[in-house]
Write a protein that binds this ligand. Structure first.
Ligand code: SF4
Length: 353
């Protein structure tokens, strides 16, 4: 067992970040309890998203839905629209499903047992451990991507992280103390953010550098070893921005399942590896394509050709179409890709029509 918990916890008490879902070590000592609801919401938002981006969304979310019971009564469009801009929208659908299930099966209380937590929608091994250790102060080894980076550096593990998961898990057992594992894990998260950063770790400020093999051997910049990158495929398609004579624009609510599920978006063609044929969704005055919108998802890159059109009146009876005023429309209702479409489309209209 490496005895680094003491210096790490001391550093966390002095230098740890103050975050809205957190209870500081000082407040824990005087009897304040963490709120598992806040810990759960924060952990879901933090999946694939940075702390800086999450904080404003988290504060707004907690203001709107104070607890599981209130959240369980929200409707899906509300939550998915709220999530616009955070990305990874299945999290939004799951957080609602999860709240409903907590109300139906656990009398509205987030369960503290690992297996019960893991049976809830959107909660896997890591999130269950984080809720237990941070929210319920149970003894639990919790390892996220940032903690993995610290571990591979401490033990100078020279294989890429994705091929070293078992080794990292075993090494973590040598680090985590039995008590205060929530503080310990949050201390590691902060260390990873402030000191043991992905690039150029600030080892001279590290409270556990005495234990770090990479530091001793002068190889901290080379670890973690990068796994060879796979090239992402590129998909192509068309996206349609259309305005009528009353300055209204047409959007659609995407189906619940699939990419950008349940979100507002501009109508588009299928996104295929070969550029699809250009088929207009309905008759209108369509302009020559002039803009290409590029976006990157986790598994593929996307290139959409923006087609702008005007029409006197919208006639389509499609039930998932929704009409908005071009000038008062708030783009934060849209996912990032569609914000790019909105900005380009509006710019074209302002400059040309
Ligand atoms: Fe990270 Fe450097 Fe500390 Fe090692 S000494 S854990 S590389 S910050």
């Amino acid at each position: 067992m490496l005895k680094l918990s003491k210096p790490l916890l001391k550093w966390y008490e002095e230098k740890g970040r103050s975050l809205p879902w957190r209870v500081s070590p000082y407040d824990l000592k005087i009897g304040k309890k963490p709120d598992p609801y806040k810990v759960w919401v924060s952990e879901i938002m933090l999946q694939q998203t940075t702390v800086g981006a999450v904080i404003p969304y988290f504060n707004k979310f907690i203001k709107q839905w104070h607890n599981v019971a209130e959240l369980s009564k929200a409707n899906q469009n509300e939550i998915v629209s709220f999530w616009a801009g955070l990305g990874y929208y299945s999290r939004a659908r799951n957080i609602l499903k999860c709240a409903k299930e907590i109300v139906d099966k656990h009398e509205g209380e987030i369960p503290a047992e690992k297996e019960k937590l893991k049976n809830l929608p959107g909660i896997g091994e890591y999130t269950a451990s984080a809720i237990r250790s941070i929210g319920f102060q149970k003894s639990e080894i919790t390892i996220d991507g940032n903690i993995e980076r610290i571990i591979v550096r401490l033990f100078k593990i020279e294989t890429p992280i994705k091929f070293s998961k078992n080794i990292i898990q075993n090494k973590a057992k040598l680090l985590f103390p039995k008590n205060r594992t929530g503080d310990f894990c949050q201390g590691l998260m902060d260390l990873a953010n402030i000191v043991c950063r992905p690039k150029k770790p600030v080892c001279e400020e590290c409270p556990i550098s005495n234990f770090c093999k990479s530091f001793k051997d002068g190889v901290t910049e080379n670890i973690p070893v990068k796994a060879p990158k796979k090239n992402k495929p590129t998909r192509k398609g068309f996206v349609y921005f259309i305005k009528n004579n009353d300055d209204k624009i047409l959007l659609e609510r995407r189906p619940d399942k699939g990419l950008l599920g349940g979100l507002l978006a501009f109508p588009s063609s299928d996104w295929l590896e070969e550029e699809p044929d250009l088929i207009f969704p309905f008759d209108a005055h369509w302009f020559q394509p002039i803009y290409k919108i590029k976006h990157e998802f986790t598994h593929f890159k996307l290139e959409l050709i923006l087609i702008i059109g005007t029409i006197s009146k919208f006639h389509s009876k499609k039930t998932n179409y929704e009409v908005f005023d071009l000038y008062s429309f708030q783009e934060n209702q849209l996912p990032t890709l569609m914000r790019k479409v909105f900005r380009k489309g509006k710019k074209f209209i302002l400059q040309n029509l």
